[in-house]
Design a binder for this molecule. Structure first.
Ligand code: PLP
Length: 400
């Protein structure tokens, strides 16, 4: 967590922006941009088709990337399907797997809209797993619900994008399997911060997005146990996913290519690998990120009107709060004017905001390029904003 790492990111070269919105999307290191440019300038060709040398090179780089990304999360190469991101991965599982086998899906109250709306679109009933006062899933309630509903489908976030809660997914997966349930883990907020081993976790499906882990936008992946992928019909039809096509009938390749119809996001796949390689060289310094998160929390707790929503220790990556008597969006606007970029609002997690009786929060989200200096500047800017927004007001209203 230091200025040395900041130097790897061209975004920070010519500005003094404090970027605290990495849960939305992270900045990209030069190495990722270079790798993508290398594809466009040196071997730009389509993959998995044609016989020429450039196509071969592009296909090799593409499939090497699949291999690296799969290994990075502990998967076998043929268990990793490229998608546009976590959202598409969940939509894919909902439409190609869950819809035809289940009538309902069990979700926590903490989910991102990407882990709510896809199930609704497929006509599945949603059963909500309740949280305790610190926003942790109530494990007893969870087990009770699954005991009453064996052979169900569960879908839960690994790390909450709105409050940073790290769910105990190994336990959640064990309990799901005890009752013969299948489980998908939304890993969108985990990849940049945690070591993921899908085999050790025994996840049935695990979804990730590259852009939240220093990679390009528009690319992500779905891990699925091979037997499950093999049982799934294609999500979309088109070129490169077939073995035979006639006007009567078509047959399909084996997974993962069966699920990758049409020209893929080739440069992005290559950039995705470069991002994870970069992350690997930094050794995913979660300890340093924890130090920064604790530092930010301590500083925020020093603000007189602060309202935090969890005292849980199992948090990472982001911290959400409100300032009593001030609208969260007003703070966001005033901070932006001071070159501090953070997110305010419901963070695509309206159900948890409703449960807490608020419309939204102010969220600081961290990456390895953030520093204590960033936090200090942010706290000062918040104090200035509070002063401006409350100088003619009493101290009564809550931030709703
Ligand atoms: N799940 C969580 C927890 C997220 O935070 C996000 C994005 O913010 C998503 C899913 C969706 O990811 P993407 O927009 O990359 O598909």
């Amino acid at each position: 967590m230091n200025t040395i790492i900041k130097k790897d990111f061209p975004f920070f070269n010519n500005n003094d922006i404090v970027y605290l919105d990495s849960a939305a999307t992270s900045q990209k290191p030069q190495i990722v941009l270079d790798k993508m440019q290398e594809y466009y300038t040196q071997y730009c060709a389509n993959t998995h088709r044609g016989e020429h040398e450039l196509g071969d090179k592009a296909t090799t780089e593409f499939e090497n990337s699949r291999d690296y990304i799969a290994k990075f999360i502990g998967a076998n190469t043929d268990e990793l399907v490229f998608t546009k991101g976590t959202t598409e991965a969940i939509n894919f599982v909902a439409s190609s797997f869950v819809k035809s086998r289940f009538t309902k899906v069990f979700l926590s109250e903490l989910e991102h809209h990407s882990n709510i709306v896809p199930w609704q679109l497929q006509g599945l009933e949603i059963v909500v797993l309740p949280l305790d006062k610190d926003l942790n899933i109530n494990l007893e309630e969870y087990e009770k619900l699954l005991r009453l509903n064996p052979k169900s489908f569960v879908s839960i976030t690994h790390v909450s994008n709105s409050f940073g809660i790290i769910n105990p997914i190994k336990k959640l997966i064990n309990i799901a399997h005890k009752y013969e349930c299948l489980i998908l883990i939304d890993g969108a907020q985990a990849l940049a911060h945690l070591r993921i081993d899908v085999k050790d976790l025994d996840a049935d499906f695990y979804a990730v997005s590259a852009h939240k882990a220093y990679g390009p936008t528009g690319i992500g992946a779905l891990y699925g146990k091979y037997a499950l992928l093999e049982s799934m019909s294609p999500y979309q039809g088109g070129g490169s996913m077939i073995t035979e096509v006639s006007f009567k009938k078509s047959s399909y390749l084996k997974p993962p290519l069966r699920f990758e119809a049409g020209t893929q996001a080739i440069a992005e796949v290559i950039g995705f690998k470069a991002a994870l390689k970069y992350l690997f060289t930094l050794k995913q310094t979660q300890k340093e990120e924890d130090i920064l998160l604790k530092y930010a929390k301590e500083k925020l707790q020093g603000l007189s009107r602060i309202q935090l929503y969890t005292q849980a220790e199992n948090v990472l990556g982001n911290i959400s709060f409100n300032i009593k008597g001030v609208h969260h969006n007003d703070i966001g606007i005033l901070l932006s004017k001071q070159s501090i970029m953070l997110r305010t609002g419901h963070h695509c997690a309206m159900p948890i905001m409703k449960k807490l009786g608020i419309k939204g929060t102010i969220r600081l989200s961290f990456a390895l390029y953030n520093t204590k200096e960033d936090i200090n500047k942010t706290i000062q800017a918040i104090q200035k904003a509070i002063h401006l927004l409350t100088k003619n007001k009493g101290d009564k209203s809550a931030s709703k």
